[in-house]
Design a binder for this molecule. Structure first.
Ligand code: CP
Length: 304
C-alpha cells in the first residue's frame, strides 16, 4: 500500500492486517513508557485545511509514540492566504522534509491530488464529503474489541449520510468485514444515488432500534448545508434522534458509536452519550493505535 486514500479498495485481508497491527499498538500505548523507536528520524506532516480535534491530535500522538517528528500546517496563517496553490504548498512541505503527509481538506479528492504530486505516502484524514478511512478503521477496531468479529453484525448508520465521509468510509469497510449496514435518514440527507452501495435504507430510527447491534449516529453537517434540508429540528429528533427512551429499547448487547463532534440533544441524547454502552471515548482512544498502525504500514516498518 503506497497511500491510504479510501476504504473502497481495501479487502478484508488488508483491513484485518491493519487492525491486527493496531491491537499491537494498543499494547504499546498501555506500557508505562508508551513509545517505540520505530520511526525515529522520520517527519510526519500534519496538513489540515479544515478544523479537527480528534484526527489531528491523535495523528500527532501516534507519530510521537512511534518516535517520529511532526510538522503541522494550517491553511490559516499560511502563504495560501497570499495566493499559493495547493500543489506548490504540498511540494513545499515535501521539500522542507515531510516523509509522510496526513491531509484534511474541504474538497473531495484533495488528498488524492496531493498523492499524485509528491513522492511520499499520503493519508486522507478527511476530504469533503468523500472519505475518512482512518475513522472507519478505528470504528472497526472498536467493534472488533467489543464483539470479537464484525461478520454478521447489524449496523445502523443514522443521520446526515449525504454529507458524511465517515458514512462512506464505514459502509465499504464494514461491508468488507461482513457487517450488514442500514442507512437511516430522511431522503434529503441521503446521497442522490446509492448505486453500488452495499446497504439497506430505512426512513425512521424506530424501524431499526430493536434489531441493531450497533447504532452509529452522525451529526447534521451545517457547514455543508445539512441544516438547510431539515425543515424542523424537533421533528428531526422525533424521527432520527437516539433518545434515552429509544436507547432503553435497544438490545442489552448493542452499542452506540459516534465519530464526534456530538451535538447532544439532537442526534444523541446527553444521557445516551454518557451511557454504559456508548463507546464514543473508546473510538477516540483507538484512533491513536489505528493511526500508528497505518503509518507503520505505509512506511513498510516493523516495530520492536
Ligand atoms: N471524527 C473526526 O474526524 O473528528 P475531528 O473532526 O475532530 O477530527
Amino acid at each position: 500500500m503506497n497511500h491510504l486514500l479510501s476504504t473502497e479498495y481495501l479487502s478484508a485481508t488488508d483491513l484485518t492486517r491493519i487492525l491486527n497491527m493496531a491491537d499491537e499498538m494498543a499494547e504499546v500505548l498501555d506500557r508505562p513508557i508508551p513509545k517505540v523507536p520505530t520511526l525515529r528520524g522520520k517527519t510526519v506532516g500534519l496538513v489540515f485545511f479544515e478544523n479537527s480535534t480528534r484526527t489531528r491530535l491523535s495523528f500527532e500522538r501516534a507519530a510521537k509514540a512511534l518516535s517520529a517528528d511532526t510538522m503541522t500546517f494550517g491553511s490559516q496563517g499560511s502563504s495560501m492566504t497570499k495566493g499559493e496553490s495547493l500543489r506548490d504548498t504540498a511540494l513545499t512541505l515535501e521539500a522542507i522534509g515531510a516523509d509522510l503527509m496526513v491531509v484534511r481538506h474541504y474538497a473531495v479528492g484533495a488528498a488524492h491530488r496531493i498523492s499524485e504530486w509528491v513522492d511520499v505516502p499520503v493519508i486522507n484524514a478527511g476530504d469533503g464529503t468523500n472519505q475518512h478511512p482512518t475513522q472507519a478503521l478505528l470504528d472497526a477496531l472498536t467493534l472488533r474489541q467489543r464483539f470479537g468479529k464484525l461478520d454478521g453484525l447489524a449496523v445502523a448508520i443514522v443521520g446526515d449520510i449525504r454529507h458524511s465521509r465517515v458514512a462512506r468510509s464505514n459502509v465499504f469497510a464494514l461491508n468488507a468485514l461482513g457487517a450488514e449496514v442500514t442507512l437511516v435518514a430522511p431522503a434529503t440527507l441521503l446521497p442522490t444515488s446509492l448505486e453500488g452501495w452495499p446497504v439497506k435504507v430505512a426512513y425512521h430510527i424506530d424501524e431499526v432500534v430493536e434489531d441493531t447491534d450497533v447504532m452509529y449516529l452522525l451529526r447534521i453537517q451545517a457547514e455543508r448545508g445539512g441544516d438547510q434540508v431539515v425543515p424542523s429540528l424537533p421533528e428531526y429528533v422525533s424521527r432520527f434522534g437516539l433518545t434515552e427512551q429509544r436507547y432503553a429499547r435497544m438490545s442489552g448487547d448493542s452499542v452506540v458509536l459516534h465519530p464526534g463532534p456530538m451535538n447532544r440533544g439532537v442526534e444523541i441524547a446527553h444521557g445516551v452519550a454518557e451511557a454504559e454502552r456508548s463507546l464514543v471515548l473508546s473510538q477516540v482512544r483507538n484512533g491513536v493505535a489505528v493511526r500508528m498502525a497505518v503509518m507503520l504500514t505505509l512506511f513498510g516498518a516493523h516495530h520492536d
